[in-house]
Design a protein around this ligand. Sequence first.
Ligand code: SF4
Ligand code: SF4
Length: 462
Amino acid sequence: MGSSLERLTQPLTGQRVHIPHLPDYSVLRHCVRCARCLPVCPTYQETLREVQSPRGRLALLKAVAEGMLPPTPAVEEHLYHCLDCRMCNTVCPAHVPIGECILAGRAALAHQHGLAWWRRLVFRHVLISAERLGPALWPLRLYQRSGLARLVRPMLRALPGPLARLRRMEALLPPLPSHPLHATLPTVTPAQGIRRYRVGFFLGCMMSQLFAAESRATVDVLSAAGCEVITPPGQVCCGSPQDDQGDRVQLRRLARANIALFEHLGTLDAIVTDCAACSHTLKEYATLLEDEPAFATRAAAFSALVRDVYEWYDAILPPTLDYDSTPPLRVTIHDACHLANAQGICAPQRRLLGRIRGIEVVEMEAPSACCGSAGIYNITHPDMADRRLARKLDDILSTSAAVVVTNGPGCLLQLRAAVRERQLPFQVWHISQLLARCQHTHADGIPVPGRCGRAAAEEVRL
Ligand code: SF4
Ligand code: SF4
């Protein structure tokens, strides 16, 4: 009996090799090759190649673990073709954590080959906090404000070959706010009316630097709903970009720093973030640090408090909200991959929008299908990203919605760039921008007019 069980848990062929970070072999073996994940995978849909499917990627990792396939850069390249959209996780009957395995595989191969110089530069020195990202963006602010952008843009359009990526990066860049939010937001934003909750606000790097008005709207909506909002200075990146790029060492450093920072805030009802990638990664700290005795319990306590802004709004906002529009504003929801597929959050946003009078919600064909942004995927894999974007735009246009709501900064970048470039007939709003324009009623019965707080002054920036 013992020997047959042993055989079942051993590789079928070859020797098992030890590579740090490689996913647990027993997990890789759970794949029963049923193929259910193939039709939902965007890269398989576009290429119809097994190696570009979730099952194919797991097979690659299994072959590496068995010593049948050397961990070459070519294997690594295949893993980077994945968008990390986690659509595959939602359909696997064997509950294989496919997306997590692929990211672990990237970390394992980065450990073997070393991190590429540009990954080291960007993800260890620049994109590690909103503050550190700031100096990199000032030249771009100058570029936009000086009028240089209008001169340079036509020249960028003519760039050939790999230089065309510069044009793509420039096109993605939204009009930058004059000041990032972390530089202007007070540490404590008091609750309007009776204080009902005390929440920590995790302000993502991208939200602060690129979408300051959107996150300002979040703070205003929370405050109007009776939350005292504490935004501790000194926050660092959640670590999502580092995880995506195989840098688990840096991810752990960032996780420890954020946990220690929020511990100093005392008792909180929740740690809220308005970025879907951040809420997903912050919730993962518990698993990430469970093998570190000094942090395991603290990480579990931290992650247990984290709420995506959709979850928190759904829990605390009044049963009816009013958006002043006749006829009703037609709205569709684009679910960020890290919200719907990775966290399984689909119902709260629909319940929330269902409570707003004056809007009409119309669902698109595949609301949680990736828009092609996927971190920096739209820069590193522009062709595949464009194909995904085209499908998403078709889905949105078929709803005839005037507004698409989402809470992914990458999605905001990707979709707004498409709207600007193609002059499409809809706007892309962060959910807080819609709620800031609604009338709320306080717990103490006092109605708060729409366009609450400073969000009132902010127009939607495309
Ligand atoms: S759905 Fe799951 S079990 Fe089926 S092939 Fe894909 S990974 Fe394997
Ligand atoms: S995460 Fe998305 S792109 Fe990657 S294998 Fe799964 S479905 Fe395909």
